[in-house]
Design a protein around this ligand. Structure first.
Ligand code: GDP
Length: 297
């Protein structure tokens, strides 16, 4: 289970403080020391941890908490609020263009779960928002990637636009949007090429697609299991493309939590969805508050 180690440690720390009728500065210091270690061990970005602990300390040692009737619980509330804020506060929504189709560009490294997530997102839009998406295969470098998207389209009974491996991805994206207009699709989800590493060719191509089709959303798909690597990948993609959000995949695995807890703070872009399994209905809106509650028990 994701966050298992972190959740256990934080819950143990919080237990010590829950019922306290009086909380001393020393208690808060001890608590933040343990929270700090637990977060670092969960592979949360060092600077993110430092800032977070500073905020928790400031608020927890504040008069309002110390002089309240239930200081122990107030301290825990501070930790929960700050963890929620760290992951993005309010849950963010998916864009709707006032001139359909709404265009979503999916980007990410190979293996992160980009193509699967493209299918999951299309399924989500149809099921929960009654939309009619067109899927677009822009990964022309790997015939298997086109095939994979087509297979997902068949499973979902949803159209996939592709022009094979010979066409230019920018042209494919442009023509797909024309087709979506003709056939009254209100969403276009573009599955772009992934590489094993962030490289300039990949970024140039993605920038060209972005400039040409002016997407309403650019979602980066990253694998939660890769921890701080996911955060670094998010930073690079965000610098180049100015992402609108992140989809964190494989949160059903036993990730320690570092990516989920660092990405928003490092990139200032929200995690919008979480992948919770390989199946097409295993995509969930990412709720920072629920996630914080899950971690703190
Ligand atoms: P891409 O190369 O980024 O397009 O990655 P794929 O979509 O092909 O996914 C790579 C692998 O990760 C596949 O085996 C997927 O089934 C798997 N995968 C994708 N998302 C999730 C997820 O949320 N949870 C789990 N457990 N596996 C996932």
């Amino acid at each position: 289970m994701a966050f298992e180690g972190l959740a256990e440690r934080l819950q143990n720390t919080m237990k010590k403080i829950t019922g306290k009728g009086k909380v001393s500065e020393q208690d808060v210091k001890e608590m933040t020391r343990e929270v700090r270690l637990a977060l670092l061990e969960a592979d949360v970005n060092f600077k993110v941890v430092k800032d977070l602990i500073k905020r928790i300390k400031e608020r927890a040692i504040g008069q309002e908490v110390m002089e309240s009737l239930t200081p122990g619980q107030q301290v825990i509330k501070v930790v929960k609020d700050e963890l929620t804020e760290l992951m993005g506060g309010e849950q963010s929504r998916i864009a709707v263009s006032d001139r359909p189709p709404t265009v979503i560009m999916m980007v990410g490294l190979q293996g992160a779960g980009k193509t699967t997530t493209t299918g999951k997102l299309a399924n989500h839009l149809r099921k929960n928002h009654n939309r009619s998406p067109l899927l677009v295969a822009c990964d022309v470098y790997r015939p298997a990637a086109i095939k994979q998207l087509e297979t997902l389209g068949t499973q979902l009974n949803m159209p996939v636009f592709s022009m094979g491996t010979e066409a230019n991805p920018v042209d494919i994206a442009k023509q797909a949007i024309e087709k979506a207009k003709e056939e009254h699709h209100d969403y276009v989800i573009i599955d772009t090429a992934g590489r094993l590493h962030v490289d300039t060719d990949l970024m140039d191509e993605l920038e060209q697609i972005k400039t040409t089709v002016k997407p309403d959303e650019i979602f980066l798909v990253v694998d939660a299991m890769t921890g701080q690597d996911a955060v670094n990948v998010a930073e690079s993609f965000n610098e180049q493309l100015d992402l609108s959000g992140v989809v964190l995949t494989k949160l059903d695995g036993d990730t320690r939590g570092g990516a989920a807890l660092s990405i928003k703070a490092v990139t200032n872009k929200p995690i919008k969805f979480a992948g919770m399994g390989e199946k097409l209905d295993q995509l969930e809106a990412f709720h920072p508050e629920r996630m914080a509650s899950r971690i703190l028990g």
